[in-house]
Design a protein around this ligand. Structure first.
Ligand code: TPP
Ligand code: MG
Length: 284
């Protein structure tokens, strides 16, 4: 299997953040914190592992991406636009009236989106259904799923965790964006999650902790999950920082869903331009 280099993946992650900014700026705000911190994971999965065909988004042998933390739609949309599912200009139509790019992931409007999400807690169950269907049909399709740590307060997540282990869904590769924050503050204040790796292991999953904003660490973990199926579903816990990618966003007391002024956009772009220079990329 030929995999992307660190530099290529970091460039892709930067392009994803630029796409997120393009979308969120057009809507004068949005869910930046929990979108930005997924850029490295999306860069790895869409560059190296997702078997999809942007020309035929409904290809019946494709891998699935179930974005359970649907409020991070701008991150998934940016990756899909870069992959060629729709023109990048469409990113500038986030959440406008009659938009073809609703703020939360919407499979009815956006090519490449496999499940409509936003009501938290449901995506892992949808992913289990898709993974079980793949097994029953005898295909080698993989199902990727992205969950949140605040989202994990939903009981349905743990029903799905039990189900996936029971049905030996080793074609299911899930991520947990462990940024320790949710909408109203930290998980420790709102609902303690404890150690998610040990929890998923106790539920019968392969579970590991990786530096969630380091492309090579993520690439290694996903590679292991896809190349060494062992009868168990895999949970890759991404140790992330909410808003990673721009210091001015990380440092905000709450960066969950914020208004986006020209001034803030300018500050973020300055940081992204600096990262572009280091990666040998021209960022406008
Ligand atoms: C069932 C349900 N309850 C509440 C919400 C409101 N809500 C939107 S995002 C969010 C926080 C989710 O936290 P987390 O999963 O940690 O995602 P992050 O904020 O880190 O991106 C909440 C509670 C929702 N979308 N769905
Ligand atoms: Mg969180």
């Amino acid at each position: 299997m030929s995999l992307s280099s660190k530099r290529e993946l970091e460039q892709m992650a930067l392009n994803i953040r630029l796409g997120i900014i393009r979308a969120i700026t057009s809507n004068h705000g949005g869910h930046i914190g929990g979108s930005f911190d997924l850029a490295e994971m999306l860069a790895v999965v869409y560059s190296d592992f997702m078997r999809v065909n942007p020309e035929k988004p409904d290809w019946d042998q494709r891998d699935f991406m179930i974005f359970s933390k649907g409020h991070a739609g701008p991150a998934l949309y940016a990756a899909l636009a870069l992959k060629g599912f729709f023109p990048e200009e469409r990113l500038e139509n986030l959440n406008n009236p009659n938009s073809l790019l609703p703020g939360h992931c919407d499979r009815n409007h956006v090519p490449g989106v496999d499940a409509t999400t936003g009501s938290l807690g449901q995506g892992l169950s949808i992913a289990c259904g898709a993974a079980l269907a793949g097994k029953l049909r005898g295909t080698d399709q993989r199902v990727f799923c992205v969950t949140g740590d605040g989202e994990s307060a939903e009981g349905q997540i743990w029903e799905a965790a039990q189900f996936a282990a029971h049905y030996s869904l080793d074609n299911l590769i899930a991520f947990l964006d462990w940024n320790k924050m949710q909408i109203d503050g930290s998980n420790d204040e709102v609902m303690r999650l404890g150690d998610p790796v040990r929890k998923y292991q106790a539920f019968g999953w392969n579970a590991c902790l990786v530096k969630g904003n380091e492309v090579m660490a993520i690439q290694r973990a996903v590679r292991r999950a896809v190349e060494e199926p062992n009868g168990k579903p895999s949970m890759i816990v991404l140790d992330t920082v909410k808003g990673e990618g721009a210091r001015c966003i990380v440092e905000m007391a709450n960066n969950h869903c914020i208004g986006f002024s020209d001034e803030l956009c300018g500050k973020v772009m300055e940081e992204l331009r600096e990262q572009g220079r280091k990666l040998g990329m021209e960022v406008e």
